[in-house]
Design a protein around this ligand. Structure first.
Ligand code: MGP
Ligand code: SAH
Length: 218
């Protein structure tokens, strides 16, 4: 007799999400402690070992996670940074991020803000700004080259970067593995460096992180 896994409701009703559920312990090693995700959270969260590596690179006093979603990134930054500010425009995401941070015992280290990063940016200052914006859903991979000026949500990469620079000169952006690297280089500005780091899970490239400012390794 086949045994059907005990899927959470959002997975039970959407077969396209099952591949993410089968990877749940790569997404959160403590998944069984009660981690909660919604539809967008399942396909957007950064796997724990990938973000733990970025969190080491971003180790600092104050860090802002501008698009925190269900908290996968913020949780790891809370382990490496003294103060973590987590922002999301969706109030349900903020609730889930706070819940998930509790399961990792780091909720007290994170200040959660429900709001629009684009509007909040001018009032924020941090040592490092991390951004993991929406890419328009899993169909991003259908583009041969992902145009970060036209296909990112909510605004173009150039506009996002100009907001980001109000917060910090040290910026990391988590983007599609097929992102246009010329556009990523141009975002650094004339004569400024960028470091484009591929992110691997189980030896497969799943994304890339572009580092700017003092985060670039020399
Ligand atoms: P994927 O391509 O949907 O999965 O996302 P996978 O397993 O590579 O698919 P396959 O069928 O090609 O094997 C890969 C990773 O990209 C996810 O684990 C997320 O970390 C990240 N990711 C995907 N999307 C659609 C988004 C997004 O919209 N925003 C952010 N921030 N990350 C995303
Ligand atoms: N990095 C997260 C996933 C981010 S998904 C994780 O690892 O869990 C992208 C998130 O950006 C979504 O949760 C969406 O609600 C949020 N978002 C979209 N537009 C926003 C805006 N203008 N300001 C803040 N958050 C926004």
């Amino acid at each position: 007799m086949n045994s059907v896994p005990n899927f959470p409701p959002e997975i039970a009703k959407d077969k396209s999400l099952r591949k993410y559920w089968y990877k749940r312990f790569s997404l959160f090693t403590r998944f069984d402690a009660g981690v909660r995700l919604d539809r967008e959270g399942w396909y957007s969260v950064t796997p724990e070992e990938v973000i733990a590596h970025s969190a080491e690179r971003c180790r600092c006093n104050v860090i802002v996670d501008a698009f925190c979603g269900c908290g996968g990134n913020s949780i790891q930054f809370a382990f490496t940074c003294n103060q973590m500010i987590a922002i999301d425009i969706d109030p349900n995401k903020i609730k889930m991020a706070e819940h998930n941070a509790k399961t990792y015992g780091v909720a007290d280290k994170i200040k959660f803000i429900n709001g629009d990063f684009l509007k909040l940016a001018s009032n924020l200052h941090a040592d490092v700004l991390f951004m993991s914006p929406p890419w328009g859903g899993p169909n991003y991979s259908k583009h041969k080259i992902f145009d970060i000026e036209c296909s990112l949500i909510p605004v173009s990469a150039t506009e996002l970067m100009s907001k980001a620079r109000q917060v910090s000169r040290n910026i990391a952006i988590y983007l599609p593995r097929n992102s246009n690297t010329q556009q990523l280089t141009k975002l650094a500005g004339p004569n400024n460096p960028v470091e484009i780091e591929p992110n691997f899970l189980d030896r497969k490239q799943i994304a890339l992180t572009a580092y700017y400012g003092g985060l670039v390794r020399r």
